[in-house]
Design a protein around this ligand. Structure first.
Ligand SMILES: [Mn+2]
Length: 271
């Protein structure tokens, strides 16, 4: 017999782990169609269909030391889910380890960045089709559509790549960068948090998201970006907004799992 699903089937003991994986199945402020609550389980299941070796970054993830803590309790009120996620990140960073967090809706990124910023200045790179820069959304200041506004208030710097859905004149905001200029915009002296909203990718390769938007990044472009980020000190990452019910093929969950493999290999695969 074997235990519950673990990301990539890997579960190093906490003591020796370098990367600590957990899920935040939050789904409370979605605006069109749901599903992100199912994402952590879907990503773990999909991870069983991919190899743990990254050819792109020449790394065997079996050697990295990855432990999977499971998920934050889905039945908690939203505020408590967010608080629990932040506390977990604080504990992981405090132990000198790397948090890799899967949502859930994009709102989960806020407590993660807050936790990272608690010990010093941090910069954030967001991959997102949407700007998520509203000040409030349906009366709420903390929601998936406001999350990057709130992050921008906590982070030393925010850079958004992949945005192609704007709600007004916010295109003039200073946060947006083209794929090729993202690395130049970041500060090499500051620790970096990477948040990946899967809708940044083109919906042809990742249709199972809450709000798909045509004209997105290719998988290879995402890997090129990871390569460009290798010279930064990436201290953690999250991946959000997978909506498994909207992709009966399951390929979106596989894409999500594979992207996590490549990210872990690129940023924490050596030394
Ligand atoms: Mn988003």
């Amino acid at each position: 017999m074997i235990g519950p699903l673990k990301f990539l089937g890997l579960d190093a003991p906490w003591e020796g782990a370098k990367v600590v994986f957990f899920g935040v199945p939050l789904e409370r402020t979605v605006s069109w169609r749901g599903g992100p609550a199912q994402a952590p389980t879907a990503i773990r299941a999909a991870s069983y269909s991919i190899e743990i070796y990254s050819r792109a970054f020449r790394c065997d993830l079996g050697q990295v030391g990855i432990c999977d803590l499971g998920d934050v309790d889905v039945f908690l009120p939203m505020e408590e889910m967010l608080r629990a996620a932040g506390e977990e990140v604080r504990r992981i960073l405090g132990a000198g380890k790397v948090p890799v967090v899967v949502g859930g809706e994009h709102t989960v990124t806020l407590p993660l960045v807050q936790a990272a910023a608690a010990s010093g200045p941090v910069q954030v790179l967001a991959l997102d089709a949407h700007t998520d820069l509203r000040d409030a959304y349906e009366g709420e200041r903390i929601a998936h559509a406001t999350v990057l506004r709130r992050v921008s208030e906590v982070a030393e710097q925010l850079v958004i790549v992949g945005a192609r859905s704007f709600f007004g004149e916010e295109a003039d905001e200073p946060f947006f960068a083209e794929l090729g200029e993202a690395a130049q915009r970041l500060d090499p002296r500051l620790p970096l948090w990477l948040t990946i909203d899967l809708d940044a990718l083109d919906p042809s390769l990742c249709p199972g998201v809450t709000n798909p938007e045509p004209g997105g990044l290719t998988y290879r472009e995402a890997l090129d970006l990871f390569r460009a980020l290798q010279k930064f000190r990436v201290i953690g990452m999250d991946l959000v907004e997978l909506a498994p019910p909207f992709d009966p093929s399951g390929v979106s969950a596989v894409t999500a799992a594979k992207l996590l493999v490549e990210g872990i290999a690129a940023f924490w695969g050596s030394s």
